[in-house]
Write a protein that binds this ligand. Structure first.
Ligand code: IPE
Ligand code: IPE
Ligand code: MG
Length: 241
């Protein structure tokens, strides 16, 4: 999708869409002598807090990386524990999110997920579809390469059926899981790792990146506010001068 951005009175451009690679839950827990799942639970609490703060910070789109296509490599205990956390998050937060004007969506392949989780995901997407205060997208079983492959197959089908003749970038973007969502302006990764780990590779072509040493369970709204302040000072040229 084309990059559009509003301009603040001071001339700074606010990030309309912030995407976060929430990393460091395991190390946070291990450093305290606790099981990794304790870190994931604390991480989910942080998501709730950041979601609540985003509208006041001027962020209208928030995308969070919760589980990658590569995370299935982890122990069965950790994977099942994470899936339980996702189910509980939706069950417990549904009323609050709906009341606070949050529209919730999911990206990533769904077939491999437990049918009960899939049903909860579809349910909250439908329930919050009319909300506009914050667009919250959660990436579960998401991998950029997997998404691009699935999008390519969809596009090929559209071409084969005669729906599309000469595909454009917009036609391709419409086949991605993020169809209809603006590209991220800012991608944040916590925990000190300076890689993108298969997160939104197509959509982040012109995103700004921020890497912070803070582990995700320690990442507070104050950390986010400081990063957003720095973002306002960046000169985004999009290939121009
Ligand atoms: C991020 O934290 C959450 C997921 C990837 C599910 P990690 O679990 O990767 O935490 P570290 O990187 O091992 O500390
Ligand atoms: C990226 O973190 C995925 C999520 C935050 C969900 P990982 O911890 O899985 O990434 P790597 O293994 O450090 O690249
Ligand atoms: Mg990690």
């Amino acid at each position: 999708m084309a990059v559009e951005a509003a301009t603040q009175p001071g001339g700074a451009t606010p990030p309309r869409h912030v995407a976060i690679i929430m990393d460091g839950n395991g190390r946070w827990a291990t450093s305290k002598g606790w099981p990794r799942l304790v870190g994931h639970r604390r991480g989910a609490e942080r998501v709730k807090q950041i979601v609540r703060e985003c509208p006041d910070l001027g962020v209208n789109w928030l995308t969070v990386y919760a589980f990658s296509t590569e995370n299935w490599k982890r122990s069965t205990e950790e994977v099942l524990g994470l899936m339980k956390i996702f189910r509980r998050y939706i069950e417990r937060e549904a009323d609050g999110l709906a009341a606070e004007g949050v529209r919730m969506r999911f990206i990533g392949g769904r077939e491999r997920l437990d049918p009960k989780l899939q049903a909860l995901m579809a349910g909250i997407e439908a329930r919050t579809a009319g909300n506009t205060r914050l667009n919250l997208t959660v990436a579960i079983n998401y991998g950029g390469r997997d998404e691009i492959l699935r999008a390519t197959k969809k596009l090929a089908q559209k071409i084969a059926s005669g729906q599309i003749d000469e595909p454009t970038q917009a036609d391709f973007a419409d086949c991605l899981d993020t169809a209809g969502c603006p590209d991220p302006d800012l991608v944040i990764r916590t925990s000190g790792e300076t890689r993108t780990s298969n997160f939104l590779p197509y959509q982040s072509a012109y995103a700004e990146y921020e890497f912070t040493e803070t582990l995700w369970p320690d990442f507070s709204p104050d950390h986010l506010a400081a990063i957003l302040d720095r973002f306002g000072l960046r000169d985004r040229r999009f290939g121009g001068v």
